[in-house]
Ligand binder design. Structure first.
Ligand code: IPM
Ligand code: SF4
Length: 469
């Protein structure tokens, strides 16, 4: 009998084409997502070498980072650099025969929201994209990770990638999540616990009752941020929740192909007794709503907490860096999180721009008004999310409360388009990174869940949503 294997081992084994004496493997790549930021040189490389895209049908291109989110975006992109990137992708997709969703296509959106929505992302697959948050797709039990531009070119040309195998890590979240505590709080807690280097060299499998009970949207939020914990990829074994989500999606298998696929997908779980190199266990019942206070996703605390005092940290380098973070954030140790007032709210991104996120946010603001000191925006992750939200009347709830309702894209998750913070503005954001300048030069980002962001928009400061009425 063969040795018990983890989910990661199984997907890896199924995709190895060849292995050299140093254990570097050539992996077959099932799906390649392409966006405008990391692909121009890759296509140019193919052109110069006179090569074609090896499997256009396994490749899908969409614009997201640079597209304006204002209602008049059909008028074009003013910023020249952004416009050139977007035009280049349109042209490259046309020249190389790759399917392309332009900013006027209802299927357009953030690449990591579009893949699952189209049924392009499926369990057991290897999925790559020139983007670090490709880990999102691991929510389907697929091995998904970001690659660099030269690797994008390699995959376009050969549909393979050179990789060495990572180690196996298990993060188990036992028990049930309390009300008001979401997938975002789970992953922020995990990163707070393991640190931004905690997953280095590993692929993390998330398991346990709290993970199993999450919707696909929640699982995507968790896997999305795996990369912020330093891991190569995140994985969740597929189950009925996964199959239910995929069924009927445009590119999902149909008829007997569906039955065969589900039979295979059911084998995609870690065998009893398989070995993990590292194991971390969290108790869901003990998890609170989380707010980040610094300039790294590991700088988190509970909404009931206070801004920490870096002087309590023994390691000198760490102490200095956390002081710097507080200075950048304009915060003083000991300040209650619920006393921190905010100027802006951003609900969106590939972490929390899906329909369930918008529902959770809308629920908090229904019949309420955005504080006069706050400017708040909701940016659906894709045209289809936007359409669904409008069918449910969520746009009306947001607009009535005073939120801006935008067109899909990466938006204020990163300052690559018109949506950005002004210097020193403080933002409650549902995105995944709070690095210095991430949302605009000198901007101050606090990472939170959609419900926390929505409540903060109304209150003008962070509030414990467990007491929200
Ligand atoms: C622009 C892109 C390459 C980048 C990434 O790789 O993640 C972006 O999506 C981000 O979130 O910082
Ligand atoms: S939404 Fe943010 S994290 Fe996601 S792909 Fe766009 S820029 Fe990167």
């Amino acid at each position: 009998m063969s040795a018990p294997r983890t989910l990661y081992d199984k997907i890896w084994d199924d995709h190895v084409v060849s292995r050299d004496e140093n254990d570097t493997c050539l992996l077959y790549i099932d799906r390649h997502l392409v966006h405008e930021v990391t692909s121009p040189q890759a296509f140019e490389g193919l052109r110069l070498a006179g090569r074609k895209v090896r499997s256009p049908q396994r490749t899908l291109a969409v614009v997201d980072h640079n597209v304006p989110t204002s209602p008049d975006r059909h008028l074009g992109i003013k910023n020249e650099e952004s416009r050139i990137q977007v035009e280049a992708l349109a042209e490259n997709a046309r020249d190389f025969g790759v399917e392309y969703f332009s900013e006027s296509d209802v299927r357009q959106g953030i690449v990591h929201i579009v893949g699952p929505e189209q049924g392009f992302t499926l369990p057991g697959m290897t999925i790559v994209c020139g983007d670090s948050h490709t880990s999102t797709h691991g929510a389907f039990g697929s091995l998904a990770h970001g690659i660099g531009t030269s690797e994008v070119e390699h995959v376009l040309a050969t549909q393979t990638l050179l990789q060495t195998k990572a180690k196996n890590m298990l993060v188990r979240v036992d028990g049930k999540l309390p009300a008001g505590v979401t997938a975002k709080d789970v992953i922020l807690s995990i990163i707070g616990e393991i640190g931004t280097a905690g997953g280095t060299g590993h692929v993390i499998e998330f398991a346990g009752e709290a993970i199993r009970s999450l919707s696909m949207e929640g699982r995507m939020t968790v896997c999305n941020m795996t990369i912020e914990g330093g891991a190569r990829a995140g994985l969740i074994a597929p189950d009925e929740t996964t199959f239910e989500y995929i069924k009927g999606k445009p590119r999902a298998p149909k008829g007997t192909a569906w039955d065969m696929a589900v039979d295979y997908w059911k084998t995609l779980h870690t065998d009893e007794g398989a070995h993990y190199d590292k194991v971390v266990v969290l108790d869901a019942a003990a998890l609170p709503p989380i707010v980040s206070w610094g300039s790294s996703p590991e700088d988190v605390t509970t909404i009931e907490g206070t801004v920490p005092d870096p002087d309590q940290i023994k390691d000198e380098n760490k102490r200095t860096s956390k002081w710097r973070a507080l200075e950048y954030m304009g915060l003083t140790p000991g300040t209650k999180m619920t006393d921190i007032t905010i100027d802006r709210v951003f609900i969106g991104s590939c972490t929390n721009g899906r329909i369930e996120d918008l529902r959770a946010a809308a629920k908090m603001v229904e019949g309420k008004t955005v504080a006069p000191t706050v400017s708040a925006m909701v940016v659906p992750g894709s045209g289809l999310v936007k359409e669904q939200a409008e069918a449910e009347g969520l746009d009306r709830i947001f607009k009535k409360a005073g939120f801006d309702w935008r067109e899909p894209g990466c938006s204020m998750c990163l300052a690559m388009n018109d949506d950005r913070l002004n210097p020193y503005e403080r933002c409650a954001s549902t995105s995944n990174r709070n690095f210095e300048g991430r949302q605009g030069s000198k901007g101050r980002t606090h990472l939170v869940s959609p419900a926390m962001a929505a409540a903060a928009a109304v209150a003008g400061r962070f509030v414990d949503i467990r007491d929200w009425k």
